[in-house]
Design a protein around this ligand. Structure first.
Ligand code: UDX
Length: 452
């Protein structure tokens, strides 16, 4: 099939690369000239395992442009994967989705059939809005094309984008017409049947079984995406709330999580207590869900509580520091890890950055280190007085405490005793329960985890 994917962010680029790898002809649309240039040169503008390798393997079937209208004319499917950033009230801003739809309609030709697939996470009713914009633009241009719309939410995780795209747990399609459903079945057939040869660097996971195709109406598909993200976010907030009580009563939340996670009705994943969730999805999507509910005069106290627990999680860590250091003003605090999770240089809504801001507000002097996210952090925090350390040992120099905020595997092999010796006071707050407390204590530290 011929596919245009509009928006080369994590979702769009992973889709474009994966679809071309499984045999389709794909044009990726990117408006940012710098990103576009990189893509045209076979380089990935985002840090994602496997993307660059497949970009180069799929050259004949994959190209990039900044012109949506030109790209769509020959396409069977136009996939919209642009951003839906939050407005001030939490509502998702649809301006990029609407513009992509308008541009797509500008390139459609009479007599042709197109399926518009909405991959971006969008509020309820966006399908209808997109259809309306396309019909209106086509009418203005006097073009008569057959256009169908489908919602096809994406569940990929950053740092796993390609793996999650090639080996999904399920594929969800929300559409009102058989034309749209059949087009998506064709698009996904190689993935649904796993009939492609797995890329060398991304082998099929052991025990992976064929993903089911969930077909439903567009509104339910849009709800599935929000409900999935909200549930995962509240699962983490739940274990964080339990962690707080574990600390009070003297239990270990890691053992509690294992003990409850072995019940298949609960499951072991997303039960890691820590600083809480960040990133480009959970914060934005839970806010958007509340905004949707508010439009209907409905309240969602569980989602509100999940967000409140998540915000509190950052301050609890700071309070832990206070309990040992007593006074934060004038103290030197080192933060290990700045990305919102390991494996990415993305710092959107990163708990680590919240910590930096809270600590500076309370008068501490903050030093930071991250293996890959430092350039982005420098830009984002340029107004703040932050010291950037080239490595964890330089970071530790003169610190009154260290906080591990992102559990990078490279921190696993740190010489903890050396770190401790370089510090003014060897205090370690393990914001991700990453280290073995005994090992850290043996290295001379005062150790504090979350819920243990
Ligand atoms: C998430 C969803 O997992 C994905 O399905 C959706 O499509 C997009 O949003 P992502 O934002 O890439 O993906 O990251 P994820 O791995 O889910 O982690 C989100 C945040 O939760 C991170 O800050 C992570 O540190 C935190 N987290 C995750 C925990 O604190 N504990 C856990 O047990 C799991």
């Amino acid at each position: 099939m011929h596919i245009t994917v509009v928006g080369m962010g994590y979702v769009g680029l992973a889709a474009a690369v994966a679809f071309s790898y499984i045999g389709h002809h794909v044009i990726g649309v990117e408006k940012d000239p710098q990103k576009l240039k990189l893509l045209q040169e076979g380089e990935s503008p985002i840090l994602e395992p496997g993307i660059e390798e497949l970009l180069n393997q799929c050259k004949e079937r994959l190209s990039f442009t900044d012109n949506t209208a030109q790209a769509v004319s020959d396409s069977d499917i136009i996939m919209i994967a642009v951003g839906t950033p939050p407005k001030e009230n939490g509502e998702a801003d649809l301006c990029y989705v609407e513009e992509a739809a308008r541009q797509a309609a500008m390139g459609m030709v009479s007599g042709a059939t197109y399926v518009i697939v909405i991959k971006s996470t969008v509020p309820i009713g966006t399908n209808r809005r997109v259809m309306h914009i396309i019909n209106k633009t086509l009418a203005e241009r006097g073009v008569k094309a057959n256009v169908y719309v489908a919602s096809n939410p994406e569940f990929l995780r950053q740092a796993m984008a390609l793996k999650d795209t090639l080996y999904p747990d399920r594929i969800v399609v929300g559409a009102e017409t058989t034309e749209a459903i059949e087009a998506l079945q064709r698009l996904y057939r190689p993935i649904l049947e796993q009939s492609f040869i797995p890329p060398l660097s991304l082998p099929r996971p052991e025990g992976y079984s064929l993903p089911p195709l969930v077909t439903t109406d567009p509104t339910s598909a849009e709800m599935i995406k929000y409900a999935a993200n909200a549930f995962l976010a509240l699962k983490i907030s739940f274990i964080n709330e339990i962690a707080g009580l574990c600390e009070k009563v003297g239990a270990d939340v890691k053992d509690v999580a294992r003990g409850i996670g072995l019940d298949p009705r609960i499951g072991p994943r997303f039960l890691q207590a820590g600083l809480g969730w960040g990133g480009s999805c959970f914060p934005k999507d839970t806010a958007a869900l509340l905004a949707i509910a508010a439009e209907y005069g409905y309240t969602m106290p569980i989602i509100e509580a999940a967000r409140a627990v998540n915000a509190r999680q950052r301050t609890l860590v700071v309070e832990k520091l206070q309990s040992v250091l007593k006074i934060l003003r004038g103290r030197v605090i080192g933060i290990l890890g700045l990305a919102f999770k390991p494996g990415t240089d993305d710092i959107r809504e990163s708990p680590a950055l919240d910590l930096v801001r809270i600590l500076i507000e309370r008068g501490a002097h903050v030093k930071v280190h991250d293996p890959v996210a430092m350039p982005k952090v420098r830009l984002t925090l340029k107004e703040l007085p932050v010291d950037y350390a080239d490595d964890p040992y330089t970071l530790a120099e003169g610190c009154d405490a260290l906080i591990l905020a992102t559990e990078w595997e490279t921190y696993r092999n740190l010489d903890l005793a050396l770190l401790a010796r370089r510090m003014n006071q060897p205090v370690l707050v393990d914001g991700r329960n990453f280290f073995d407390p005994e090992q850290v204590r043996r290295a001379g530290f005062i150790y504090m985890g979350v819920g243990r």
